[in-house]
Write a protein that binds this ligand. Structure first.
Ligand code: ZN
Length: 324
């Protein structure tokens, strides 16, 4: 969102931040109790800084109402000096703290919120949810009941995709070629379809809960595909066809090269599915020109206890410890 400097009201209602000559209006007021997550955003930053400074963006997807995972990730983001966040959708669904996760995310300086399929079903009153398994569906029905009217309106109002002004990013939950159809990107051909609609250097996505990265080269040799899966982040299918990562490091740094476009799935904060139960997210550093993927252990037992106390399906609790 770009601030209109002719409007005093806009300046009073929001927090304005300057980056590369663009001024951003952060859409939500930041409450004092959330200040542990703030590094550079404070009431004092309503005055425009004279010097531009490097920005760190944390990219979070598929939080799925997992408060323990979200708090762990945000504490690390605070240590890392993250300035701004991208929320790639599915804040709700599956786990038992949708209200709390929404409240926290809405209190942060978020440069882009986009909608996930669970956000859509939790807010549009759909009780059929074509293609959903019964456990996912029962969690969405529970979430529909749990959220306030205002939270339904907020989730329903989110866009499917967003080009983030003043950054090299596009944010989408599923894929840019058909963002409302909730297709998955698991191979270079699906990635190529996405790149056809990608007008920024980097597109961040989620949805599959499996971290994966693709690069589109400017020039491909004859007989070569123009898109590669980046080995650094590569996952492999096991004998049952499930994607998984073995011996995965806590942090993997991907340098952003000029002349390449990137499609990056940052994995899931609240329900990782690549047989690694640790929360997954990424940070873009615009000074270093790197994207770092992090994996963090969190209090899985605490999340499981809440799932059981809420009467949600038991399999939603057990899958968390297996990363499935
Ligand atoms: Zn999801």
């Amino acid at each position: 969102m770009i601030a209109d400097f002719s409007s005093r009201k806009v300046q009073e209602d929001g927090i304005i931040k300057e980056k590369n000559g663009f001024f951003f209006l952060l859409p939500f007021k930041i409450r004092p109790e959330c200040s542990i997550f703030m590094k550079t955003i404070s009431p004092d930053s309503r005055t425009f800084p004279k010097n531009r400074h490097a920005m760190k963006y944390a990219i979070l997807s598929d939080i799925h109402a997992n408060l323990e995972a979200l708090e762990t990730v945000l504490a690390r983001c605070h240590e890392l000096g993250v300035d701004s966040y991208l929320s790639l959708g599915d804040i709700v669904g599956y786990n038992a703290n949708p209200h709390e996760c929404l409240e926290i995310m809405r209190s942060l300086p978020v440069a882009a919120f986009v909608k996930g399929n669970h956000d859509e079903y939790a807010s549009n009153g759909d009780t059929v949810m074509a293609g959903f398994n019964p456990h996912a569906k029962s969690a969405v029905l529970w979430t529909q009941e749990t959220l306030s009217d205002e939270e339904h309106v907020f989730l329903a109002s989110l866009p499917y995709k967003m080009q983030v002004r003043g950054t090299p990013f596009t944010a989408v939950h599923a894929s840019l070629d058909s963002p409302a159809d909730w297709g998955y990107i698991f191979d270079v051909h699906q990635a190529m379809d996405n790149f056809s609609y990608q007008y920024t250097q980097i597109c961040f996505c989620g949805h599959s809960h499996v971290p994966i990265a693709y690069c589109k080269k400017m020039l491909a040799r004859p007989g070569e595909l123009p898109v590669d899966e980046l080995k650094l982040w590569a996952s492999k299918p096991d004998e049952e066809g499930m994607m998984f990562h073995s011996d995965e490091a806590d942090e993997i740094v991907l340098p952003v090269q000029p002349g390449c476009k990137y499609l990056i799935n940052v994995g899931s904060v609240g329900q990782p599915r690549n047989r690694d139960p640790r929360a997954s997210f990424a940070v873009y550093d615009d000074e270093q020109r790197t994207i770092t993927r992090y994996r963090l252990p969190y209090d899985i037992a605490g999340t499981q206890e809440k799932i059981r106390a809420a009467g949600l399906p038991e399999c939603l609790a057990t899958r968390l410890e297996h990363g499935l």
